[in-house]
Design a protein around this ligand. Structure first.
Ligand code: ADP
Ligand code: ZN
Ligand code: ZN
Length: 740
């Protein structure tokens, strides 16, 4: 086998915050074919040993061939990340201007990032050496256990694996002693990979598709090669059934499928639907897995043993042996964008991954983002539509409740309460949505108006009742409830406004005969808590569900016939240019929980802005028309999808440092960007100017063309990296989804 020549240099990407690779020499006896990109290596770095990924092999180092260090060792016989994933990571590092080592790290489970262990499953087989076979047992003296081990192994000339030896009462310590005497040696075995059976893919028969579903499925399964499909289907229209049948087709070709969902813990139903439908192995990635479980799932995806991978954002970077289709459910969901560190968008990377592999990708949603709709309208994506609910369910009816000058009971209008009462009496379920957890958004002094701000953020602290405390939802800082006003010492402190906890209390006293189930981050933190709540809801008993957007996502609650949105006004006037889009998406998703069973659903919206034009369009003409109007506004402003954005953020504990730094950047960036027709705005304080003790500023870059914006960013990031050094925390966010 070829050995590395005098000019074999390995470029290694390391988990350090630098946008470069590091050159090392291979060990002299390493077969050169093992030096594949995507292979993990251990290398000396300063005084530490780090695990990195081979990025490439080159004949000469750009940093000079002298003084290069030699790697400590190769950790994989077969690259942990296959060629397609290496290419995807390179693309992503380049596009998001993020350090390559950290991008690769996102593709590895924790145990492979930090430990020397092989990604492949290995079991140790113990076998007698020549000496061990020939030695007379009388020569072993009184070492009874060792004699027993030798006897066992003489019965098994091929050797035995550790677990079997345990069954024969042979302890690891005995084996080590015999190893030291040269009587045994160890062999590392890799168990054969168990590919799934292509002759038995289904565990239950598929539903008979309705006409719209058939029209949607056909182009997906007929198409060969890369293509992006937008499956726009109203809530409950049977998108999941289309995914299931498209995947079936993909598996029939012997290829794996990947399904991304916003959150698995919240919607175990989705996972069950996949597991029930298919007889082939489905592995899932979610936040409740242990590191060991995550490694096992990852390995099955990597070596082809898993037929379907179902996971949240990070699953997109899971290597797969033979991926044939990607599905991104609820493509509009904000959770697909990572909001710190490596700020990638899994939905967008899914399209890139599919393109590089030459396979179809399906983006599904009832409320697609303006970006995706624009791509569909311009013909880059193929637009498939499901306009009606599947089965017999009817679309929900909307009713706008003008609450101006109305006498409200605990924030709810009399019509709403009456409707709730009659639905509950008819043994139906009611869902009350409010996107604010805690008891009340503020605890205020009734005498002077004082309230407690978070000492670390520019934000008031939320009042929680159970357990009673003040809580900052931005940095998690917690304080005891103050006994008197921090300004006038009055003891008359009152909770103002409504959160989920308070609503739960109020509804319990208004409807004492019916259980109130609250679902928000505070009531679902413990493992299985969500499952318990869901079980109760699915039992079908009449009850009231109170909750945040956690209740909006993908649930199928057939007994819910009334959905009430207490207050949508906040979302209509937020400062972020995407706020209206997000509010509309959330509203349609929540509304989509109503009337999914036999009884028609109704949605009550309480607002002080019944005439708001976008709200009118949304309710009378639907999300598509709403999106068109919003897109026209964006077009006039040159905002996405009619222009491309990036944010350069900086933050510091010193109130001036970050803004001064960005001021300097702005001065050289402005002339650099101008020839590319890229505008630079700012620096300006972030929407939340102070968070977790840090003052935050941002520069916004806007370009008409993506490549031009990319070129400017490339130069800018390079220079900022040099200038900022370790002094300052800064980051770049390409295609930001919030301006916060
Ligand atoms: P979506 O994913 O679009 O919200 P689902 O796939 O969850 O919709 O479908 C909503 C309900 O309709 C589910 O209970 C599902 O079993 C049912 N359903 C979907 N397709 C069909 C069909 N072709 N015939 C009968 N029922 C269907
Ligand atoms: Zn805070
Ligand atoms: Zn006061």
């Amino acid at each position: 086998m070829a050995k590395p020549g005098p000019h074999t240099i390995i470029q290694v990407a390391l988990p350090v915050p630098l946008r470069r690779t590091f050159d090392y020499l291979p060990k002299p006896d390493t077969p050169i074919n093992l030096l594949q990109p995507g292979t993990r290596v251990k290398v000396p770095f300063g005084k530490r040993q780090l695990i990195g990924i081979i990025h490439g092999v080159i004949p000469h180092s750009n940093y000079g061939d002298d003084n290069l260090k030699t790697i400590t060792g190769l950790l994989d016989d077969e690259a942990a990340l296959g060629p397609d994933l290496v290419e995807l990571c390179r693309w992503a590092a380049n596009y998001y201007h993020h350090p390559l080592g950290d991008v690769y790290a996102h593709a590895l489970p924790t145990l492979l990032r930090n430990k020397d262990e092989s990604w492949e499953e290995v079991t140790t087989r113990w076998k007698l050496t020549q000496k061990g076979r020939l030695i007379g047992l009388d020569q072993m003296g009184r070492a009874k256990r060792q004699i027993h081990a030798l006897e066992v192994l003489r019965e098994h000339p091929e050797g035995l694996h550790q677990p079997l030896l345990k069954g024969f009462d042979v302890e690891p310590a005995t084996l080590k002693a015999l190893l030291a005497k040269g009587l045994l040696d160890q062999h590392e075995d890799r168990p054969p990979r168990q590919h799934w059976r292509q002759d038995r893919i289904l565990a239950e028969s598929p539903l008979t598709l309705n006409e719209e579903q058939r029209y949607a499925l056909q182009p997906i399964v007929d198409h060969e090669g890369f293509r992006t499909f937008l499956l726009e289907g109203v809530t409950g229209s049977g998108k999941t059934e289309v995914y299931l049948q498209a995947i079936h087709h993909c598996l029939q070709q012997g290829k794996q499928a990947m399904v991304l969902v916003p959150e698995i813990g919240l919607t175990p139903q989705t996972l069950h639907r996949f597991q029930n439908r298919f007889a082939v192995p489905v592995v899932s990635f979610h936040s409740h897995l242990t590191d060991r479980e995550r490694l096992i799932s990852w390995r099955k995806a990597r070596n082809g043993e898993a037929a379907i991978v179902l996971g949240t954002r990070s699953a997109l970077l899971c290597p797969m042996e033979n991926l044939g289709m990607i599905i991104v459910d609820e493509e509009h969901d904000l959770s697909y964008k990572q909001q710190e560190g490596f700020r990638y968008n899994a939905r967008d990377l899914a399209v890139i991954r599919a393109q590089k592999l030459g396979i179809p990708v399906v983006l599904g949603s009832a409320t697609p983002t303006l970006e995706t709709l624009q791509n569909a309208r311009s013909g880059r994506y193929e637009h498939l539509t499901l306009s009606r609910r599947a089965g017999d369910a009817m679309p929900p009816q909307f009713r706008v409740l003008d609450i101006r000058q109305k006498a409200l009971t605990h924030g709810m209008a009399p019509e709403l309460l009456a409707e709730m009462e009659s639905r509950l009496k008819a043994k139906q379920q009611v869902l009350v949505f409010i996107n604010r957890r805690g008891y009340a958004p503020v605890l205020m002094c009734h005498d002077c108006g004082w309230f407690k701000e978070c000492p670390h953020c520019d934000h008031r602290m939320t009042c929680h009742a159970n357990p009673a405390h003040l809580h900052c939802h931005h940095c998690n800082h917690q304080l005891a409830i103050p006994r008197y006003c921090g300004n006038c010492k009055s003891t008359d402190l009152r909770p103002i406004g409504m959160g989920t906890e308070r609503l739960e209390d109020n509804l319990t006293s208004l409807f004492p005969k019916f259980p109130v189930i609250r679902i928000d981050r505070d009531t679902t933190q413990r493992k299985q808590a969500m499952a318990k709540h869901l079980e109760r809801i699915h039992s079908g008993e009449p009850c009231i569900l109170v909750g945040t957007q956690m209740l909006a996502k993908g649930h199928h609650f057939p007994k819910v016939t009334l959905v009430a949105v207490c207050d949508i006004d906040a979302g209509l006037f937020a400062a972020d240019f995407r706020a209206t889009e997000h509010t509309a998406q959330l509203l349609m998703q929540v509304a989509g929980r109503a009337g999914r069973g036999v009884d028609q659903g109704m949605v009550f919206l309480q607002t002080h802005q019944p005439g708001h034009p976008l709200l009118q369009t949304l309710l009378s003409d639907g999300y598509g028309e709403f999106a068109t109007e919003l897109a026209n506004e964006r077009r006039l402003m040159g905002m996405p999808p009619f222009g491309y954005l990036a944010l350069l953020r900086a933050e510091s504990q010193d109130p001036r440092q970050a803004s001064q730094f960005l001021n300097q950047v702005e001065r050289w960036l402005q002339p650099m960007a101008q020839p590319f027709a890229v505008e630079v705005w700012g620096p300006a304080p972030a929407l939340m100017p102070k968070k977790a003790r840090r003052y935050r500023f941002q520069l916004m870059l806007r370009g008409e063309q993506r490549p031009a914006l990319q070129q400017v960013l490339k130069q800018a990031v390079k220079k900022i990296e040099q200038d900022a050094g370790n002094r300052l925390k800064w980051s770049v966010d390409v295609d930001p989804v919030t301006l916060d």
